[in-house]
Design a protein around this ligand. Structure first.
Ligand code: DGL
Length: 292
């Protein structure tokens, strides 16, 4: 529990007369952040949301830290232009590789998923497995966060490169996905984990598949639940909770809006209207800089 706002001391520039009415920005590489959006609908039903999916540049989990940082800067700049009052970085890869840096650069409060997920994990068990994108697993962000909270637990992390493409392609119930999941879980089951953290916001979409492969005593931790609880607390502390009716959620993507709408309907229960937002092609620019 935060005793005071973690954003105290930051400057806020809400030109809106009523900053409480401003939307919350949520972003991810794709449909993964919808697992966080779902929690916002449950826990913060009065908040208006601007959701951004960087679908033209996913998967993030195989990108370099420089790329992830650049993408986060571009998305946060855009969200700030949309006058959001707070941002939930609904992406573990960005939270692991970019959160600390961008928090110094932007005056808007930004919440990441890793610390709330780590806090929830240590409350659940002592032998903690984390499944994550290769970049998140390699960063050791979960291990560090968990061990800082409780040095007496054990943590094993597995990078799962195939999960995000399979989820984005709507192949959750494909038998191939179950086989891939079985292989990723194998080393964690050998360690007899008692808790498994969804270290990527896409993975709660796979929960039924994972559940079918795990012993029933293994608890699943979804950081989405806990980041939204932290967000609620922050809104309270900063006096930014909306008490009026929310506006309809705005969806924007960098890739194909129709494709996002098609995959989103399954998770949202309605067909979203999706806008397209173009950023300059910094990914290839970064690659060129690297080659040059
Ligand atoms: N859903 C994101 C995460 O939590 C990004 C996954 C990806 O694009 O590889 O890490």
């Amino acid at each position: 529990m935060y005793s005071s706002s973690i954003f105290e001391g930051n400057l806020y520039d809400f030109s809106d007369q009523e900053p409480q009415r401003a939307p919350i920005g949520i972003f991810d590489s794709g449909v993964g952040g919808l697992t966080v959006l779902r929690q916002v609908y449950r826990q913060l039903p009065n908040e208006s949301i601007v959701y951004f999916g960087d679908t033209a540049r996913l998967p993030y989990g195989i990108r370099s830290q420089a790329e992830i940082l650049q993408f986060a800067r571009e998305i946060l700049t855009w969200l700030q232009q949309q006058r959001v009052k707070m941002v939930i970085m609904a992406c573990n890869t960005s939270s692991a590789l970019a959160l600390e840096t961008v928090r110094q650069e932007f005056s808007i409060p930004i919440l990441g998923v890793i610390l709330p997920g780590a806090r929830a994990a240590v409350q659940q068990g002592k032998r903690i497995g984390v499944i994550a994108t290769p970049a998140t697993a390699k960063s050791n962000a979960y291990r560090q966060a968990i061990l800082e909270i409780d040095p007496n637990v054990q943590v094993w992390q597995v990078g799962c490169p195939e999960f995000v493409p399979l989820i984005e392609q709507n192949r959750i119930h494909d038998p191939y996905t179950t086989e891939v999941a079985r292989a990723y879980l194998e080393p964690l089951l050998q360690q007899e984990i008692d808790t498994l953290v969804h270290g990527c916001t896409h993975y709660p979409h796979l929960a039924p598949v994972l559940r079918s492969l795990l012993p029933s005593h293994v608890k699943l931790v979804d950081p989405a639940v806990h980041v939204v609880a932290a967000c609620t607390q922050e809104l309270d502390l900063l006096g930014l909770k909306n008490i009026h009716l929310p506006l309809p959620t705005r969806f924007a993507v960098s890739g194909c809006p129709q494709q996002f709408a098609q995959s989103g309907v399954k998770w949202l229960g309605y067909t979203p209207m999706v806008e397209e937002v173009c950023f300059t092609d910094t990914a290839s620019q970064l690659q060129q800089d690297h080659v040059g």
